[in-house]
Design a protein around this ligand. Structure first.
Ligand SMILES: [Zn+2]
Length: 105
């Protein structure tokens, strides 16, 4: 199958997202866990295991994005912990220069 057909497809994880029959059209096995890619045709969702679509360079991009996000979360958690320990403040909203408005009436 040509790569252009998969341009703009979705990259999902079976634990959080399911599309169509969840059967890989490369190996014909069900997609029960892990990453998979998915594209929609007029007839059906076409899905493939990550392991069955390793030639797709977008997987490496996704891995980098996930690693960057995890590293950011780790730095944020360290900074937040240090801030709370130093200032003894958990809720910053009352100290913010422009406190968020409560959207409720
Ligand atoms: Zn497969």
């Amino acid at each position: 199958m040509s790569r252009s057909k998969w341009k703009g497809c979705r990259y999902e994880n079976a634990s959080t997202s399911r599309h169509g029959l969840m059967v890989c059209n490369v190996c014909s096995q069900s997609i029960d866990e892990g990453d998979y890619r998915c594209r929609e045709t007029e007839e059906a969702y076409i899905t493939q295991h990550r392991a069955c679509s390793q030639d797709d360079p977008q997987w490496a991009v996704l891995d980098r994005q996930r690693a960057n996000h995890a590293a950011r979360q780790e730095r944020l958690a360290e900074a937040a912990t240090a801030f709370i320990e130093y200032w003894g403040v958990v809720d910053l909203s009352e100290y913010a220069a422009a406190p968020a408005k409560d959207p409720r009436p």
